[in-house]
Design a protein. Structure first.
Length: 274
């Protein structure tokens, strides 16, 4: 199941929207980032790690959406980290007595029965502004921003030149903005500029959904996403195959139109706040 993308960094790709679980090897075991998606996939991932003699020593969720806060008992009872805002957001979800029903409503029907809910979400928030993940392995720098979800974080595995991007920098999904934020467009553009700032140190980028890319693809994806978000801001039509007639998934053009509509409602047709 695991494909090596750099020394000590491996990826498993799920059938669900090419979701990527990332394994980073440390001295005593592995850091597991955004594991998923189905019970069977996670059990197989845990088995592969056992065969490699690599126990899970820590986990990290890049953001609080359901498909990034999953876990399996076979991974063990270890710290599961996220940013402070990420942890607060998912803890708020779990504070409701009917949280399972609420989350289940948003699951893809074809996978709903195979997604484990019992261990979803108990994330330990790192101190606000934490610069790296506390674990015994390669330095993993936290690049927090507010582009896609509250407390969203990309991770730069510095010694390996790998950027784990969470739900950003995908070759199959256009940017999904956090439309509940005060400034969705500004937040997303600011995050992309953060990625530009570390691009010289990156040899491989791993998106939450989609294909692993090299250094040239990283820059191409940053530029493509900048152009898409600028088109959304300006109410234009982006020249982006991810939302055109040949979109990788048939529902993506609908999501694009929904984002465009929501932003227009926020700003008013003349561009002034409404």
């Amino acid at each position: 199941m695991l494909k090596q993308v750099a020394e000590g960094v491996l990826v498993h790709e799920s059938e669900f929207i090419q979701s990527n679980s990332v394994v980073v090897q440390g001295r005593a075991g592995v850091l597991l980032i955004d594991p998923g998606i189905t019970t069977g996939e996670m059990a197989d991932l845990a088995n592969d790690l056992r065969e490699l003699g690599q126990p899970v020593v820590a986990g990290f969720s890049t953001h609080p959406h359901w498909d990034h806060v999953l876990w399996h008992a076979d991974f063990g009872d270890v710290p599961r980290y996220g940013t402070a805002r990420c942890a607060a957001a998912i803890h708020d979800v779990l504070s409701h007595s009917d949280w399972k029903a609420r989350v289940t409503e948003g699951l893809p029907p074809e996978y709903a029965d195979d997604i484990p809910m019992d261990m979803l979400g108990p994330i330990t928030g790192l101190p606000a502004g934490a610069a790296q993940i506390p674990w015994d392995g390669p330095t993993v720098r936290i690049i927090e921003h507010q582009a896609h979800a509250p407390g969203h974080a990309a991770l730069l595995i510095e010694e390996r030149g790998v950027l784990v991007a969470g739900d950003m920098l995908s070759d199959i999904l256009m940017p999904f903005l956090d439309l509940e934020a005060a400034d969705p467009v500004g937040d997303y553009l600011a995050a992309l500029l953060l990625f530009e700032g570390v691009a010289d140190d990156v040899a491989a980028v791993i998106p939450g959904h989609g294909s692993v890319g090299g250094a040239e693809q990283l820059r191409a994806r940053i530029n493509q996403d900048l152009a898409y978000v600028a088109a959304l801001r300006d109410g234009g039509v982006p020249d982006d195959p991810r939302v055109g007639p040949s979109a990788p998934m048939e529902w993506l053009p609908d999501v694009h139109r929904w984002q465009l509509q929501r932003l227009a409602q926020r700003t008013g047709r003349d561009g002034t706040p409404g």
